[in-house]
Design a protein around this ligand. Structure first.
Ligand code: FAD
Length: 466
């Protein structure tokens, strides 16, 4: 039986089912709503947008826009439906959410090769079934525990306490310096030194900063975070608590400040506090603000974190969050084809793989759908070119080597699409706009070529080499 089972008709599952069915392979799409809902969904429609109605910037010179453009090349159901029900939103692709999800439900329900079943999947289907797991950040409890048992206890996380990530080229290199505490090992960290005035002012702003509204189900989970407090809570606990915690300056020295072993010089020059930045990727194009998990509103994070010396012009790839989120330790579990390493006919797609955002979920669904249908046809599965936004994101979440050794103990954290993930151009372009445009052109070229090969592979009995 070559029918593919897709679990979850969110953004990833809807896209996956569409791709499989359009490749001529029958699909069973399982969705638990409306009989059982998640704490964030309100309807029984497919691809319900649980919060914002925006897919991000439209312009392909931006990461979100490029992701959308790439999805259009592959006739993504999600993006084509979003385009059809777009509402004016400045430079962003925003949709009429109700028309959008009703149209998705209609398209999938009327497809002759898609059978829809509404029930809560309580376990992974039998191991001979080709299956795509796309149950999202709010996967139901029973299934979550089964996934945890299948992957290993530490390989499935239920809460996301992530610090902001910023673009490495947006920090002030004159102020920030490279060093590891007590000079141990490779200087893996970048350090932002603060004097007393900076620190006191920064702490006051943190304490007074406006908090994001937590959903009721997220308030319940807030007490899970005692071991991983929000930075504003650490600040609230005492004037010096941050200084003796994540912002401690001891053991960090910039050679520019003169002789470390001259006690007088050291006492005079040593910063009052230091914010550390850790490389998120091997090249350091993305930097993680160490210990800055937070519940502050995104606009407040931008305003307050830019007060840190060296980060005045920081550009944020993602903001800090602390929320309920079921996601896999993907680099240790998945291949860049989205197949599980330990079961090659089981795929994962969407937010559960640790990608972030609506269009990114659709991209995962697209790849898992293409590969599940290739597998059903007895062909080799494929991965997207790394030059594309889809390829770079999926490669990031599924690449063991990408996770740096110092990050391993902090566990993998979800990642949105960004230009920080794509490989450098052979010729460096300094101007950011022109550089992003060049990334875009390179991606389109690589993807058109890949698509031609893929179409040929589907038509003929030809194996596309990986
Ligand atoms: P989902 O869209 O959540 O789809 C998963 C589907 O699986 C759901 O329909 C669910 O009912 C179903 N399901 C779960 N368990 C089972 C089961 N056992 N059996 C059968 N069906 C099951 N992203 C953004 O880009 N912008 C935002 O503003 C935004 N806001 C968010 C707010 C909240 C509160 C949360 C939790 C997430 C938010 N996200 C946001 C992330 C967002 O969830 C993803 O971007 C996107 O919805 C992920 O798509 P998905 O297909 O992976 O999961």
């Amino acid at each position: 039986d070559k029918k593919v089972i897709v679990i979850g008709a969110g953004l990833a599952g809807s896209e996956a089912a569409w791709q499989v069915a359009n490749a001529g392979v029958p699909v069973k799409l399982v969705e638990m709503r409306p009989f059982k809902s998640t704490p964030a969904h309100h309807t029984g429609e497919f691809g319900e947008l649980v919060c914002s109605n925006s897919f991000g910037a439209l312009n392909p010179d931006r990461a979100a826009g490029l992701l959308q453009k790439e999805l259009r090349i592959f006739k993504s159901l999600i993006i084509q439906t979003a385009d059809k029900f777009a509402v004016p939103a400045g430079g962003a692709l925003a949709v009429d959410r109700s028309k959008f999800s009703m149209a998705l439900t209609e398209a999938l329900s009327s497809h002759p090769l898609i059978e829809i079943e509404r029930f809560e999947q309580l376990d992974l289907p039998r191991k001979e079934k080709i299956t795509i797991l796309a149950t999202g950040p709010l996967t139901s409890d029973e299934l979550s525990y089964k996934i945890q048992a299948f992957t290993g206890i530490d390989a499935c996380h239920f809460f996301d306490a992530a610090s902001p990530i910023i673009y490495g080229d947006s920090i002030d290199q004159e102020i920030v310096f490279k060093a590891s505490r007590y000079d141990k090992g490779d200087p893996a960290y970048l350090n932002c030194p603060m004097d007393k005035n900076n620190y006191i002012h920064f702490r006051n702003q943190l304490i007074e900063g406006e908090q994001a509204n937590l959903k009721d189900f997220e308030k319940e989970s807030a007490n899970f975070f005692e071991a991983c407090l929000p930075i504003e809570e650490i600040a609230r606990r005492g004037v010096d608590t941050m200084r003796f915690g994540p912002l401690k300056s001891i053991g960090l020295w910039n050679p520019k400040w003169g002789d470390l072993f001259d006690r007088e010089n050291r006492l005079k020059k040593r910063p009052y506090a230091i914010v550390q930045l850790r490389k998120e990727d091997l090249e350091g194009k993305l930097l993680n603000m160490v210990g800055f998990q937070t519940n502050l509103k995104w606009s407040e994070q931008k305003r307050i974190f830019r007060m840190i010396p060296g980060l005045e012009k920081a550009e944020f790839v993602r903001f800090g969050v602390m929320h309920r989120n079921t996601f896999l330790e993907s680099p240790n579990l998945l291949l860049p084809t989205l197949q599980f390493m330990k079961r090659n006919n089981l795929f994962a797609a969407g937010q559960i793989t640790g990608t972030e955002g609506y269009a990114a979920a659709a991209a995962g669904g697209l790849l898992a759908g293409i590969n599940a249908s290739l597998l059903a046809k007895g062909k080799k599965t494929v991965s997207f070119p790394k030059e594309s936004m889809i390829g770079s994101l999926i490669n990031f979440i599924s690449n063991k080597n990408q996770i740096l050794s110092n990050q391993k103990k902090n566990k993998f954290q979800p990642m949105p699409a960004s230009f920080g993930l794509v490989p450098e151009l052979t010729k460096r372009i300094k101007d950011k706009r022109l550089r992003y445009k060049a990334y875009q052109e390179r991606s389109t070229e690589a993807l058109n070529d890949f698509k031609n090969k893929l179409d040929y592979c589907f038509e003929k009995d030809h194996l596309l080499s990986k």
